[in-house]
Every structure is written in C-alpha cells, then in structure tokens.
Design a binder for this molecule. Structure first.
Ligand code: ZN
Length: 390
C-alpha cells in the first residue's frame, strides 16, 4: 500500500454533492489522501502516517479533465483550409476527405506517433481521460487499424467509420452503410459506436441503421448531431439512449428540451465553435433547460485542432455563456457522464485519483487567464505523470 497526501490546498474542487458549496463543491484549506490510486480521505486537518506529502499551499486541486470527444488518429495537415476559412470560406463536412487521403497512406508508426504527441499535449494541459474516435480511414482495413491504435492509448474507443461517405461511394452511399454494418462493425473492438449525422454526412435513417448494428454487436451509442444544420439527430440519440449527443450548434428549442428530459448528455465543443464561427451563447441554452452538459475538445485537424481543455473552458465562458463553475463541471464530471463513467470526474471517496494541480489560488484562473499554462502537475491514479500512458 502506498499513500500520498495533498495538503494545505488553497482551493479544492470536489464536484461532490456531500461537500456542495456551489456547483463545484469547492473547499478551502483541505487535504486529500490517496491510497493505492483511490481517494481515501478529504479533511480539513493535515493527515499523518502517509508515505508522501505534497504541499499545495496557494494552489488549486481539481479532478483531471475528461475529454469525451476527440479524433486523434490521422495524418496530414489542414492549416491552409483553416486560413481560407478565416477569410470567409464556409466550413463543410467535405474537408475531411483530405485527411482521409493522408491517413490511408500513413504508416502505423506515423499514426501512433502523431496520436502520442497530441495525447502528451492533452495530458500536459490536464486531461487524464480521453475518448478517441476512428473516422479518417473509411475502409475496413483503415478503420480497424485506427481503432486498434486508439486502443493502445485508451479504453474509450469509438468507431466512427460513418464520419463521411468516402469518395469511392459518392454515387452509392447506402453501399458504404452496408460495408460499415456488414464488415466493419462486426470486426471492430470499439467500446462506442458513433455517426456524423448531418448535412453532407449521414442521414438520420442511415445513422439509425449503423447505430443499431453497433448496439447489436455490444457497442454503446453516441452521436454527432446538429453541427451544420438542424435535423433528427437529437431525436435519434435520445430514442437509442445514447450516452451523448455532440456539437448541437443548430439545435432547436424542441431538441434542447428533449435532451434535458433524457439520459443523454449534451456535449458542447467550444474549440469547434471557436474555429468555425458557429453559435455564440450555445451552452447557456442547454444549461438553462437543465440538460446535463459536457465540454470536450473535438480535437481534429479540420474544425478544432486543440487538445487543451483549459482553452475549451475559457472559450465556453467567454463565448458560449457558461459560468466558470459550469464550464469546469462540464469539463470534468460532465465528460465522465458523457462516457457513462462513475469512477472519474470527482474528488470524492473511492474515486480514481486522477488529479490536476494548478499554480493558481482559484479555479477561476482557468477562464480568467486564457492561453496561459497554469498546470503545476498531473496525477493519474495518484502518481505524477508527464507522458500519456493508457
Ligand atoms: Zn467530432
């Protein structure tokens, strides 16, 4: 048994209702004891008899960020597309195909190396759990290898073979749906099944076929919905009890109310809103309706090339109508709920000690000091980490 105590914590964010003092359950001057990777004690007194003490005077301790939406298995560069979009070019689903071409010709080592570099970035900005999607292969071989690579880094793997219709199937989109259902899903070992259900991507009918096939093979559903246009995605996600519906930029009032009354988390992607200039004040509408809200990076080379959850928190506050507390809650416990995880996202007894120590006296600094790296150290299961490991 090894134990470590974090003591004299200026601000401790627990997300624990037992210690509720506002939505984050923030405490001042507390200590946290971790034993064998789990939170064992939260107290005002300084504990004794522990193996190691980390003095957190003047600092903030919070749960590690849970990034429930990322696309990290790819090759290629789309900075020119971003530059032209910044000059008024509209964002469409079509840009994905340039990444697909680069990904198909990349070696496994290139894809693994690129993913690991991005995961190290994510970790060093405080992310301790991440979901990773496939979706830049769009052939049986390339989708299955993307899932295999993602599985080296996380258990939260998502098959997104239905990201866009690949060029070879432009005139026969249902032929591609059949390939996904008949050949890719049965061989994939992904935990989650996802579809980009939107204009220029997959119709709600195609999405339903694919999600149901995934469910039949033991996968759990989640869905990209209402990013580019309002459609039936939210209805479908709720009907299938999806863990999360993501993007939601063009959601109608009806969609928002439906999500709020469901078991499906509304995942808002501030990086995508920031990079593609979509909907301001988006989060507020879901929060006011009472939906469970998560924030994730959507890290991908086209519409949100950031791995930084602190950036997403700052953007959610400045652009999307979140309070600081709501944004941090959404980036931790909200993300955990979007992955149906009960062991992470909180500093509470028995939870995994995935922790972020900030060189700041308050969590407010995460939004108050945008673009500044405030991370002092990161802990997974109570151990300090500096590079991503599963
Ligand atoms: Zn996405």
């Amino acid at each position: 048994m090894s134990s470590v105590a974090f003591t004299n914590i200026k601000t401790l964010v627990t997300n624990d209702v037992i210690h509720d003092n506002g939505s984050l359950g923030a405490l001042n001057g507390a200590s946290v004891v971790v034993e064998d990777g789990l939170i064992r004690q939260i107290s005002k007194s300084v504990p004794s008899g522990v193996d190691r003490v980390i003095d957190c005077t003047g600092m903030t301790l919070l749960p590690g960020f849970v990034d429930s939406h990322s696309h990290l298995i790819f090759a290629g560069d789309r900075s020119a597309e971003f530059a032209s979009r910044s000059q008024g070019q509209e964002y469409t689903a079509g840009g994905i195909s340039s990444t697909v071409a680069a990904t198909r010709i990349a070696s496994d080592a290139q894809l693994i190396g690129n993913a690991h570099k991005l995961l190290d970035e994510a970790l060093l900005s405080g992310t301790t759990t991440i979901e990773i999607k496939s979706g830049y292969g769009l052939t049986e071989k390339d989708e299955l290898r993307s899932i295999k690579i993602a599985g080296q880094f996380t258990d939260e793997t998502t098959l997104l073979a239905a990201h866009v219709i690949p060029a070879e199937f432009t005139t026969n989109p249902d032929g591609y749906v059949e390939l996904v259902v008949e050949s890719i899903i049965p061989k994939s070992r992904a935990k989650w099944i996802d579809v980009f259900c939107d204009e220029g991507a997959f119709t709600p009918e195609q999405a339903e076929t694919i999600l149901r096939a995934g469910i039949a093979h033991g996968m759990l559903p989640r869905l990209h919905a209402n990013q580019l246009s309002a459609g039936k995605g939210v209805e479908l996600a709720v009907a299938l009890n999806a863990a999360s519906a993501d993007h939601l930029s063009k959601s109608t009032t009806q969609d928002i109310e439906l999500l709020a009354s469901s078991n499906t988390v509304a995942t808002i992607l501030p990086g995508a809103e920031f990079s593609t200039y979509l909907e301001a004040n988006l989060g507020r509408r879901f929060l006011d309706a009472g939906a469970t809200v998560a924030i994730a990076t959507d890290c991908n080379p086209g519409s949100s090339y950031t791995t930084s959850m602190p950036f997403c928190i700052a953007t959610a506050v400045s652009l999307l109508g979140f309070s600081v507390e709501e944004a941090i809650h959404a980036a931790t416990l909200g993300g955990a709920k979007a992955l149906r995880r009960t062991d992470i996202g909180q500093i509470a007894l028995g939870k995994k000690a995935d922790l972020v120590l900030l060189s700041a006296p308050s969590y407010i600094h995460l939004a108050y000091r945008p673009g500044v790296n405030l991370i002092h150290s990161i802990y997974k299961s109570g151990s300090a980490v500096t590079t991503w490991k599963k």
